[in-house]
Design a protein around this ligand. Structure first.
Ligand code: PLP
Length: 427
């Protein structure tokens, strides 16, 4: 398509009128299409239905009855399976409950309340007037930002580049400011851009000098095996930290939310030996143990890491046509216009789109009024404030393909209307 900047003002007016007619046609259809949250579609969930089969035997390999209390760190066969899958030492894994976000919230809460490695509790800092800060690569995952907000941790945005956070900025900040205690990282197929961290970035994060002795990396590998177009390797952060002399620097999170059932899967945290000891101590006051029956169900269902990878390939087959559809629609309807740019993820759950500055909110509002729900504009930034008001997260997984096609047609009309309005009437 022709670049919008090459249009005369009459042509631009005519184009806007034409788009408004198309938009009204869509509005009157009273559609109800949702591209807001990264939820698996029913067809993906169906692939795990055998997890729901009746369990005939509840005895673990070591003779423990999985129906009863106990085993705070999770059953050995489950730690073994996911340790092998992710290249983690099972001794350094704790299996949590049904969601990794819960583990992230709890870990950060423990740090606020109790501190780590003999350092002062992070809450203490608030009372002496230098609240703890976290680095947040942006755009990023809104729920990470919510956790910080809830716990009173100040957030500093750092640009996310093609191979990870802008490390010049990160290294400079953490070297100078002891109140910066951590960074959020989604190292593979990041939410929302699909960024995958390079080995160099992993090494820099592991080895960088930090003013805070208790600096921590929150390594949320939520999409660690969720490849759609291409398998992308990821350097082992726990080993990199160990090799760099910081064995306790990273907390590694993972879950089966987008492998088996979101909200009914299993989660894990892995970290250095001292961190694991601390976590177990705090957790032992919180629970006698997580759901071992669900852990056992997952072990019996998947059996081997190889089977989990085969399962992920089947899920990728479900997702590929949806991502193809979204990317094709963006290409057909917006390419060359100069009104938007977007990511081309190799896996994960999202496509990230940037409108012209000042157009994201208007685009999302227009889409909503035409029956297409998107993640709120601004959600991908700390405090819900996108300084350029340009980033929109597209979640293609949940709708069926026919709905997705309609939703993308309407969405791209909205991107164009908002962009042309802005060009015709800049603030
Ligand atoms: N982390 C990231 C980056 C996510 O995108 C999501 C879900 O969208 C989660 C964590 C949620 O994981 P869980 O269901 O294990 O809490």
């Amino acid at each position: 398509m022709k670049a919008i900047t090459d249009y005369s003002s009459e042509d631009l007016n005519a184009l806007l009128k034409d788009l408004q007619i198309q938009y009204q046609e869509a509005r009157v259809q009273n559609l109800n299409l949702n591209m807001a949250r990264g939820k698996p579609a029913a067809a993906q969930l169906d692939l795990s239905n055998k997890l729901l089969n009746k369990m005939e035997n509840y005895t673990l390999a070591d003779g423990t009855d999985a129906r009863n209390y106990g085993i705070l760190e999770g059953i050995p066969e489950c730690r073994q399976l996911f340790g092998e899958l992710l290249g983690l030492n099972p001794e350094q894994i704790i299996i949590g409950g049904n969601a990794s976000l819960n583990l992230m919230f709890d870990t950060l809460s423990f740090l606020c309340l109790f501190g780590t490695g003999g350092c002062k509790p992070w809450l203490w800092q608030k009372y002496i007037g230098t609240p703890v800060k976290f680095l947040c690569p942006v755009p990023g995952y809104d729920r990470h930002f919510k956790i910080c907000e809830e716990l009173g941790i100040e957030m500093i945005s750092v640009p996310l580049k093609e191979d990870g956070p802008d490390m010049d900025i990160v290294m400079d900040l953490v070297r100078k400011d002891a109140s910066i205690k951590g960074i959020w990282c989604v190292p593979l197929h990041s939410n929302p851009q699909g960024v995958c961290y390079s080995d160099h970035v992993v090494d820099q994060l592991a080895s960088m000098e930090t003013a805070a002795d208790d600096f921590r990396i929150f390594w949320d590998n939520a999409y660690g095996i969720h490849h759609i177009y291409e398998e992308v390797p990821l350097k082992d952060i726990l080993k990199a930290c160990m090799d760099a002399g910081h064995p306790e620097r990273a907390y590694y999170f993972f879950s089966t939310s987008k492998i088996s059932f979101p909200g009914a899967g299993i989660s894990l945290i892995a970290s250095g030996p001292e961190n694991i000891k601390e976590l177990k101590k705090h957790m032992s006051a919180q629970t006698i143990g997580h759901d071992k029956l669900n852990q056992l169900r997952h072990v019996r269902f998947f059996k081997t890491p190889e089977n989990i990878r085969i399962h992920m390939e089947k899920l990728a087959e479900e997702l590929r046509p949806k991502f193809d559809m979204v990317l094709d629609k963006l290409e057909q309807n917006l390419s060359g216009t100069g009104l938007a740019s977007w990511s081309t993820p190799r896996g994960g759950y999202f496509v990230s789109l940037d409108t012209l500055p000042g157009c994201a909110k208007r685009t999302v509002d227009l889409a909503r009024a035409a029956g297409v729900t998107l993640t709120e504009a601004g959600a991908t930034y700390p405090y819900g404030k996108d300084p350029k008001d340009s980033n929109i997260r597209i979640a293609p997984t949940y709708p069926v393909i026919e709905e997705l096609e309609k939703a993308m047609d309407i969405f791209t009309i909205c991107v164009k209307i908002a962009g042309i309005e802005k060009i015709m009437k800049p603030d």
